[in-house]
Write a protein that binds this ligand. Structure first.
Ligand code: G
Ligand code: G
Ligand code: MN
Ligand code: NA
Length: 254
């Protein structure tokens, strides 16, 4: 549990930062949002990716504190961007555990109230779909409560969890993020292309937005547009970058 204490110290020392990966509408060229991705600027080990420090703290109180810090930091960044005329939305990744805590809505409302200049509709919460949801009904209630105040939801890594279709059916999330594994190989692998087409059909039938992740090349983008998928995120558009770089990047885009 040295690890848990070290994370808490890192929070106090402000060693965490959010990187942002732009999301584009490939049809209009608009940058409509960005996904916040946490990094740890570790004084000895350098910039650490979430897989290096999130899994060991999952389910511990400090993970909740870190999750709250992420939402707080994203709202602060939104406030700054909106003040300079960059009216994009930000999505943050939420562990299933955090979402199912009884005080989650209170906590979210408190964070939003501290940032009155940001309309809640600019905040989106991504549920990492591969993490098991203990109580789907509770999560559905949380999504509905969020919808009432304007906060959006997306099912992340859609298609890779063991109960994607149940989640699609039971959770009223506005968007599906198509997992990058399907997108990456769709040009060469007919199975992945079929899955992609199937997910796009489901998104349409259930009236959800579909956003393709892992769009790495122009060819990927072109095929996605042919299939009717306009929204995309991936290295082919931009890699995740510090918040301070994003405004400049958006100005130079196209
Ligand atoms: O940015 P990167 O590719 O290293 O992210 C790896 C994984 O970490 C992704 O699956 C992403 O969902 C997750 N992740 C990134 N930032 C956060 C965060 O702030 N909170 C949680 N719970 N997961 C995150
Ligand atoms: O939350 P999620 O699991 O979707 O996190 C997205 C992760 O994928 C981030 O760690 C991000 O750095 C990474 N990523 C984003 N775009 C691309 C891409 O085009 N290719 C690959 N290989 N990884 C990407
Ligand atoms: Mn995500
Ligand atoms: Na994802």
């Amino acid at each position: 549990h040295q690890c848990l204490a070290r994370i808490r110290t890192a929070l106090e020392r402000r060693e965490f930062v959010l990187y942002y990966q732009p999301k584009a509408n490939m049809h209009t060229g608009e940058i409509f949002g960005a996904e916040a991705l946490i990094r740890w600027q570790h004084p000895e080990r350098g910039l650490l990716l979430p897989n290096a420090f999130l899994p060991p703290i999952e389910g511990h109180a400090v993970a909740v504190e870190l999750g709250e810090w992420v939402i707080e930091a994203a709202l602060t960044q939104l406030e700054e961007w909106h003040a300079v005329g960059l009216h994009i939305s930000v999505s943050v990744n939420l562990g299933a555990y955090q979402l199912q805590r009884p005080d989650f809505m209170d906590c979210l409302r408190t964070l939003l109230a501290a940032h009155p200049r940001v309309h809640p509709s600019f905040l989106e919460l991504e549920i990492v779909e591969s993490s098991a949801l203990q109580d789907i009904e509770l999560v559905a209630q949380v999504i509905n409560a969020c919808r009432e105040i304007g906060v959006q939801f997306a099912l992340d890594d859609f298609g890779t969890g063991y109960s994607s279709l149940t989640y699609l059916k039971r959770l009223p999330a506005a968007s599906l993020k198509i997992d990058q594994t399907f997108v990456r190989d769709m040009l060469d692998d007919p199975d992945d292309l079929s899955i992609l087409e199937g997910v796009l059909g489901l998104a349409k039938a259930f009236e959800r937005h579909a956003i393709a992740e892992g769009v790495e090349t122009v060819e990927h983008g072109r095929l996605l547009l042919q299939l009717g998928c306009e929204l995309a995120q991936g290295y082919g558009i931009a890699v995740p970058m510090p918040g301070a770089d994003l405004l400049r990047w958006v100005s130079a885009w196209r």
